[in-house]
Design a protein around this ligand. Structure first.
Ligand SMILES: O=C1C[C@@H](O)[C@H](O)[C@@H](O)C1=O
Ligand SMILES: [Co+2]
Length: 298
């Protein structure tokens, strides 16, 4: 890949999982960001243990050569919470802007089952036509608010949410304006469809409206167990659904080729939530970084 186009980050979720606080409770913020830098990354997303004071956070990241590139934001437009979502979004946008980030990765969490004890393959939420209108209207508005600060808003397609499958991503992309973007997460689309082709088709189709990339690998044998036993998303995470690129079933070479062919400019963020007691986060960060070097040449 063209090194000048790409910045490489890693998410803190491999050290401490905010969705499952018992995973990695022992890992400190300092350990996490030091190990990210030591593994060869220059950016990261934001976790619950990060200091919220902008100057303190900037300092602790600057000395390690790390910058914030994005942070998750939950929207609730379908639940009818437009005003609350927008008020929270503005605070989140301003925090990210102060930290120097250019993108805001959102997820529509209305009726999401990703944090619930429900069978992830059987009980996902489906939006009605009227709910899709609420979603699109909300994201069109977020894009304008992001643009006020020279930023881009994106939606993270995600297991267990109303925007998970290729058809749902198509609908989101069709119903929103061209200044509303997609956050591409290799692991979530592979998990949803069980297919490398579906993952690449989605990337190729929307690459020009993708403004942020999560690199997540998947263990097929864990997905099979999740399906067979009607496990929830988080039960799967604990068992090791996800891992770093190069450690699972996904071939990332064509992902890198598509991004490169279309001159994608931005961040690729390794995001591999798994139990840090079983998968040492530093060692897995090094492993993911080495795979990217070997396969993408950067
Ligand atoms: O971007 C993400 C943020 C996490 O909290 C989420 O559950 C994970 O799977 C993901 O892709
Ligand atoms: Co992600």
């Amino acid at each position: 890949m063209k090194a000048e186009n790409i910045k490489l980050g890693i998410a803190p979720i491999g050290w401490t999982n905010d969705d499952l606080p018992e995973l990695g409770a022992e890992n400190t913020f300092e350990q996490c960001v030091s190990e990210m830098a030591l593994a060869g990354f220059t950016g990261c997303e934001v976790g619950n243990k990060y200091p919220r004071d902008i100057e303190v956070l900037k300092h602790k990241l600057d000395v390690r050569g790390i910058q914030i590139c994005n942070a998750w934001f939950s929207t609730f437009f379908v639940d009818g919470k437009k005003e609350e979502t927008i008020a929270e979004f503005i605070k989140h946008r301003d925090f990210l802007h102060a930290m120097g980030a250019k993108v805001i990765g959102c997820s529509e969490q209305s009726r999401s089952i990703q944090g619930q004890k429900k069978a992830i393959f059987k009980e996902k939420t489906i939006f009605t036509d009227a709910e899709w209108e609420l979603l699109a209207e909300g994201y069109n508005e977020l894009a304008k608010l992001a643009a006020e600060k020279g930023m881009k808003v994106s939606l993270h397609h995600h297991m267990g949410t109303g925007v998970q499958t290729p058809e749902e991503v198509d609908r989101y992309m069709e119903m929103t304006n061209d200044d509303v973007y997609l956050l591409f997460d290799s692991g979530h689309i592979y998990y949803s469809e069980g297919s490398q082709k579906a993952m690449l088709d989605m990337l190729e189709k929307y690459v020009d409206r993708i403004c942020h990339v999560h690199l997540k690998d998947v263990r097929d044998e864990v997905v099979a167990e999740v399906k067979e036993n009607d496990l929830s998303f988080l039960e799967g995470v604990k068992k090791g659904t996800f891992t770093v690129p190069g450690d699972g079933v996904i071939d990332f070479k064509p992902i890198f080729e598509i991004l490169d062919k279309h001159n994608y400019k931005g961040w690729m963020v390794v995001e591999a939530e798994q139990d840090p007691a079983l998968a040492n986060p530093f060692e897995y960060a090094v492993k993911g970084r080495k795979y990217i070097k070997d396969v993408a040449g950067i």
